[in-house]
Design a protein around this ligand. Structure first.
Ligand code: AP5
Length: 229
């Protein structure tokens, strides 16, 4: 089952499961998973000049300025093969990013197909983030680990498993959550007005959320996408 040319967004607050769900879906439908957070972390790790510019924003849980973010995303999308579908995770974060992205797509005679917004109440998010472990190399997310016990190395690439810098401090987590609450409503309204927004309850187990998203995709893209649940 492939998603040639499908252009999807998965949005939601920090810890809502955007990354977890986007990776699962991208694998299932043969689309590219594009996480702006992962791209920024790659630049930080590789000490590129972009990495130097953005590290203070990331550490404090602030958004990277729109012009930098949009330019990086544009480069990434332009590097994909023509018919490659993609799932954006963590973009857009501001209405300006959403509008700039619309213009970018229109200029390329293209359009966004669907936006999934994963809703999880704030009280569950902090716990998820405090317990999350990720691979420092490939960014694979290793679930919520109670009590700080976890393997040392990634099963996927052998990279070191660690907490994300912006998950280590409750104040930074609170700041990230507040940013989302402050900035997401206009984006949600924007995509609702375009008739392409679907909201998903993200409070259940991962597999249930994945199934709910697949149902939306299957009904939106009848004849193109189907799934074995
Ligand atoms: P980014 O990497 O996008 O971080 P985020 O939005 O804070 O989101 P997270 O990655 O923290 O959470 P997630 O929703 O992906 O959850 P996950 O699946 O991991 O951005 C980081 C930074 O980069 C930003 O602060 C900013 O500085 C910069 N940035 C990025 N994009 C930008 C943009 N467009 N503009 C400007 N700046 C930008 O799951 C979380 C945990 O919960 C995991 O442990 C997981 O196992 C667990 N979990 C997932 N689903 C469930 C479930 N259903 N039940 C129980 N646990 C679950």
């Amino acid at each position: 089952m492939t998603a040639d040319g499908l252009q999807l967004i998965v949005m939601g607050p920090p810890g809502s499961g955007k990354g977890t769900q986007s990776v699962a879906l991208a694998t299932d439908i043969g689309a590219m998973h594009i996480s702006t957070g992962d791209l920024f972390r790659y630049h930080e790790r590789s000490a590129t000049s972009l990495g130097d510019q953005i590290q203070d924003f990331m550490k404090k849980g602030d958004l990277v300025p729109d012009d930098i973010t949009i330019a990086m995303l544009k480069d990434k999308i332009e590097s994909l093969p023509d018919s490659m579908g993609y799932i954006l995770d963590g973009f857009p974060r501001t209405l300006n990013q959403a509008i700039s992205f619309d213009k970018m797509l229109t200029a390329g005679n293209s359009k966004l197909d669907l936006v999934i917004c994963i809703d999880v109440p704030e009280r569950q998010l902090e716990n998820r983030l405090l317990r999350r472990i990720v691979c420092a190399e490939c960014s694979l997310v290793y679930g919520s680990h109670v009590g700080g016990e976890y393997d040392e190395y990634c099963k996927n690439c052998g990279g070191k498993l660690q907490k994300r810098v912006d998950d280590s401090d409750k104040e930074v987590i609170g700041h990230r959550l507040k940013k989302y609450m402050d900035l997401s409503l206009p984006i949600i309204d924007h995509y609702q007005a375009h008739g392409i927004l679907h909201r998903i309850d993200g409070t259940g187990p991962v597999i249930e959320v994945t199934t709910a998203i697949k149902r939306v995709l299957a009904s939106t893209f009848k004849g193109t996408l189907s799934f074995n649940y």
